[in-house]
Design a protein around this ligand. Structure first.
Ligand code: SAM
Length: 366
């Protein structure tokens, strides 16, 4: 056990809240007294952690994964208790927003118990938001439990409203099940935002319809440019659709007004006068948003990526497992943040055949 100025104590899960939880395991609650906030070399405060809890997914979206993926052996994954401890270490260092993602986070066994455990940081006020990105396939089962755990908003990835096209994009997905999941989330009182990757020749003609649908159902819609992450079966140049073009086309039919609305992520929003709803643009290619980056990403094996678009990473699993206290871990987090790069440099063109980074989005999480 490592000595240090931290208080380390073991206690049974439950965290003194009225909510039960199913982790049912011993958890180390390590509180690092007076821990300094995380500030990177460019003066950006790191207040947002995205956590990929599994690299597995029940879909195989064509721009995200190859059909025949090799996933991590289950024994390489951090346990839910370890993920809780890591997230908690970040919360103690000033992280205010946690997004659980994947792979598909809701296919990880017992995942609700992680949400329930992390909910204690919402109750204490240490955390502002606990949320997730999901493909929606499991929301019918879990929406009520997520709401009870303290989740208020979910992002659901949906690239089309056409069931056949949906099947073609996701390779395996069931459109009706996702729609039922979205409805279940809304019934449970969760605010739903739809995320759609803009794909040339696939859903580009559907974007106005998706906008009307989302806003008609009280949901925000965010469009995302496809990023060069990981080998897929096709050529990304065929899929890439610059959002500057999409926006210009939409402006022919809709009145788009820039608004300062922020959710803590990289999207820039407009208000659409005709629908009264909000439309977000995530533009890693046409407009790099790195200058305001407040995020780092943790994989399910405890690797921290300081930038989605760079290879550099830090191993947090070793310091996590080396000691019950959080001092080593906290030092490793500091060291990692001191290496956070200024930004990514994604390129998608016909000359650039290899992806900017070799890992798939499902590893680092969207
Ligand atoms: N399974 C969950 C889901 O579908 O939302 C969470 C993980 S998924 C990797 C997160 C988001 O990343 C999805 O909205 C997906 O469309 C997006 N995504 C995956 N690969 C991408 C890529 N190469 N470029 C842009 N977005 C991508």
């Amino acid at each position: 056990m490592e000595p240090g100025p931290h208080i380390s104590r073991l206690r049974l899960m439950g965290y003194g809240t009225s909510r039960g939880n199913a982790l049912g395991a011993l958890i180390t609650d390590n509180t690092l007294e007076g821990a300094a906030p995380l500030i990177d070399p460019f003066g950006r405060a790191i207040t947002y952690l995205r956590v990929s809890v599994t690299d597995r997914c029940d879909f195989r979206c064509v721009y995200c994964m190859a059909e025949d993926m090799t996933f991590l052996p289950k024994q390489d994954l951090l346990t839910l208790e370890e993920l809780d401890r890591l997230c908690t270490a970040f919360v103690e260092r000033g992280v205010r927003k946690l997004r659980i993602t994947g792979g598909e986070p809701l296919v990880r066994r017992n995942i609700i118990s992680l949400f329930e455990a992390l909910g204690r940081h919402l109750e204490s006020g240490a955390l502002e938001e606990l949320t997730l990105t999901t493909n929606g396939s499991q929301l019918g089962r879990f929406a009520v439990a997520l709401k009870a755990a303290g989740v208020r908003r979910v992002n659901v990835s949906l690239d089309t409203l056409d069931p056949q096209k949906f099947r073609a994009i996701t390779r395996w997905g069931d459109f009706d099940k996702v729609m039922a999941g979205i409805r279940a989330a809304q019934r449970a009182g969760l605010a739903v935002k739809l995320n759609a990757v803009a794909l040339k020749g696939v859903n580009e003609d559907e974007i106005p319809e998706m906008l009307r649908f989302a806003h008609g159902e009280g949901m925000d819609l965010t469009l995302i440019e496809t990023m060069p992450l990981g080998d897929i079966d096709g050529d990304r140049t065929d899929q890439y659709l610059p959002l500057s073009l999409v926006r210009a086309r939409l402006a022919e039919d809709f009145t788009l007004t820039d608004i300062p609305y922020k959710t803590g992520g990289p999207a820039r929003y407009v208000e659409v006068a005709e629908t009264g709803g909000r439309l977000g643009f995530i533009t890693p290619l046409t407009h790099n948003f790195c200058e305001s980056c407040n995020r780092v990403r943790l994989t399910c094996t405890g690797t921290l990526f300081m930038c989605l678009g760079q290879e550099d990473a830090a191993d947090l699993r070793t310091p996590l497992r080396a000691s019950e206290g959080n001092e080593r871990l906290s030092r490793a987090i500091d060291e990692a943040i001191s290496r956070k790069p200024k930004g990514h440099d994604f390129v998608i063109d016909r000359r650039t055949k290899t992806p900017a980074v070799s890992r798939h989005m499902s590893v680092t999480g969207g």
